[in-house]
Design a protein around this ligand. Structure first.
Ligand code: UDP
Ligand code: MG
Length: 152
C-alpha cells in the first residue's frame, strides 16, 4: 500500500469559517487516508519554525501573527502521490490564481487568508510531520477495507 505522507493544515481562517469538514471531505473523497489529526493553537515560535524558510520575506511577520491567532487542524494524509496531489487539491498559493474546484479557488480570495497549508515536497512533509506530531509515532497505521476499491 502507498505510504507517502503529507502534512495538511487547516489554517485559523479555515477553522473560523467552518470549513474543517469540507476540507477533510475532499481528501477523503479523493481516496486518501487520514492517519493523524489534532487541533492546536500554535505559539508564534512554533509557526516561525514551521515557516522558517520564509523568514525575511515582507509578509513573514503578518503570516506568523495570522497563523498563531487561533486554532488550526493539523493532519497527516497518506496515499499514492499524496504530496503533489494534496497541493493540487489545495490550489495555487494565491487564491485568485487558483482554479475553481480547488479548495482555495472555491473558498478564498486573499493570499494572506488562503485557509489551508500543504507540504510542497516529500522531504518538507517529513520535516513538518516531525515538527507538528513529533519524530516518532506521528501517524497511526491501520488497514482500510476500502483500499482494494481505490488501488488496483
Ligand atoms: N503568503 C502571503 N503573501 C505572499 C506569499 C505567501 O501571505 O505573498 C502566505 C500564504 O498564506 C502562503 C504562506 O505564506 O500560504 C506560505 O507561503 P508559500 O510560498 O510556502 O505558499 P504555499 O506553500 O502555502 O502555497
Ligand atoms: Mg509552502
Amino acid at each position: 500500500m502507498a505510504t507517502e505522507q503529507t502534512f495538511i493544515m487547516i489554517k485559523p481562517d479555515g477553522v473560523q469559517r467552518q470549513l474543517v469538514g469540507e476540507i477533510i471531505g475532499r481528501f477523503e473523497r479523493r481516496g486518501y487516508s487520514l492517519v493523524g489529526m489534532k487541533m492546536v493553537h500554535a505559539s508564534k515560535e512554533h509557526i516561525e519554525k514551521h515557516y522558517e524558510d520564509l523568514a525575511g520575506k515582507p509578509f513573514y511577520p503578518g503570516l506568523c501573527n495570522y497563523m498563531s491567532s487561533g486554532p488550526v487542524v493539523a493532519m497527516i494524509w497518506q496515499g499514492k502521490d499524496v504530496v503533489k496531489q494534496g497541493r493540487a487539491l489545495l490550489g495555487a498559493t494565491n487564491p485568485l490564481a487558483s482554479a475553481p474546484g480547488t479548495i482555495r479557488g472555491d473558498f478564498a480570495i486573499d493570499v494572506g487568508r488562503n485557509i489551508c497549508h500543504g507540504s510542497d515536497a516529500v522531504d518538507s512533509a517529513k520535516k513538518e510531520i516531525a515538527l507538528w506530531f513529533g519524530a516518532q509515532d506521528g501517524a497511526i497505521s491501520y488497514k482500510r477495507a476500502i483500499d482494494q476499491w481505490i488501488y488496483e
